[in-house]
Design a protein around this ligand. Sequence first.
Ligand code: HEC
Ligand code: HEC
Ligand code: HEC
Ligand code: HEC
Ligand code: HEC
Length: 217
Amino acid sequence: MLVPVLAIGGLGVVAVIGVVAAFVITGWIGQPIPVLGFEQTFDQPIDFPHTIHASLKQLDHVPADGGTMEGLGLDCTFCHRTVTTQANAGIPPVGFCATCHQVIGAEGNPQLTILRDAADIVGDDGSQPVNWQRVHRLPDHVRFIHEPHIRYLTQNPSQVEGTTDGVTEGPSGVCSTCHGNVAAMKQVEQVESLKMGQCVDCHRDNGAPTDCVACHH
Ligand code: HEC
Ligand code: HEC
Ligand code: HEC
Ligand code: HEC
Ligand code: HEC
């Protein structure tokens, strides 16, 4: 964490991360996710690269101050705050991004300009998220809750599938089971079918409920 942070601008960034942490604690914990509609398209309002934020590897991205850059290696739970406690993983609101991006990243970067403008529009509380398109979306008749899955997989690492270029310890190390290597994705895509058969197979193998009402309203 420290090495890439120093490479992109020294102690200022450390301070910014402190501000982000304070923001998270006082801000938006428990907010429902306000993203709308499932679209097969990956046209997002802003091209958000998981690589830069979540990977720990060397990237082909050239940072604002030139040179090379390793990913920041942020925990998945740094942004997806409610994944260990609630049904929804949660998507951070724009003010959360702005705590870093008011200062980090080139001034003329078009994607960051959209982000900074959005942060201005929503004001200081930054409580609104960008209107991201949902990538994963189960039908309305199905119930999925992240919390028991993250807990179970963290306690039973032998059931974790796949690997990640990001943080492997704790909750962030189990997401690959259903989402693949998100830390290596410039644009998130769904890599597992997440169809009923996959859910039921894993439930049967791990002694989880397989009765219809466990997953259906
Ligand atoms: C902990 C600080 C931090 C947070 C929080 C953060 N970013 Fe970043 N982000 C970075 C750094 C560092 C870079 C690389 C900057 C550079 O190119 O010099 C970056 C780059 C980007 C880029 C530019 C990509 C490119 O190809 O030039 C976008 C877009 C972006 N971030 C969006 C977001 C969004 C959206 C959020 C909120 C969900 C967010 N960031 C939260 C640190 C952060
Ligand atoms: C800096 C904040 C940040 C970090 C760190 C981060 N994410 Fe995300 N994530 C986002 C944002 C913003 C979106 C919505 C935009 C998009 O879909 O690209 C998102 C979208 C996603 C989605 C798709 C959601 C949907 O619509 O179905 C998944 C899955 C996901 N992230 C998993 C992860 C995993 C796994 C990690 C850790 C390896 C991680 N994220 C780390 C900010 C972050
Ligand atoms: C057992 C499979 C499974 C695991 C493990 C899992 N997810 Fe998910 N995730 C899903 C499914 C299924 C959906 C779609 C849920 C829906 O449409 O109701 C989803 C949706 C999401 C979304 C978008 C909607 C939301 O809930 O905010 C994000 C972001 C996300 N996951 C992040 C993560 C992160 C981060 C981890 C690891 C800490 C993780 N997931 C672990 C199956 C999983
Ligand atoms: C990697 C294996 C795995 C996959 C894949 C998986 N689950 Fe689970 N699920 C579990 C386990 C294990 C539990 C029980 C965890 C515990 O409480 O100990 C569980 C619990 C649940 C619960 C809570 C049940 C209750 O009443 O306690 C729901 C709802 C659920 N899963 C839905 C789904 C759906 C829907 C899918 C597919 C999109 C899915 N799961 C995919 C392993 C999995
Ligand atoms: C572990 C979770 C889980 C359990 C248990 C489960 N389902 Fe499902 N079911 C799903 C998911 C996820 C979907 C949506 C994805 C898909 O269509 O496969 C689904 C979809 C369906 C559909 C719609 C299929 C379609 O093509 O639109 C029906 C009907 C259905 N389930 C019936 C049942 C019945 C009956 C039971 C009990 C015998 C049951 N399910 C048990 C997770 C589950």
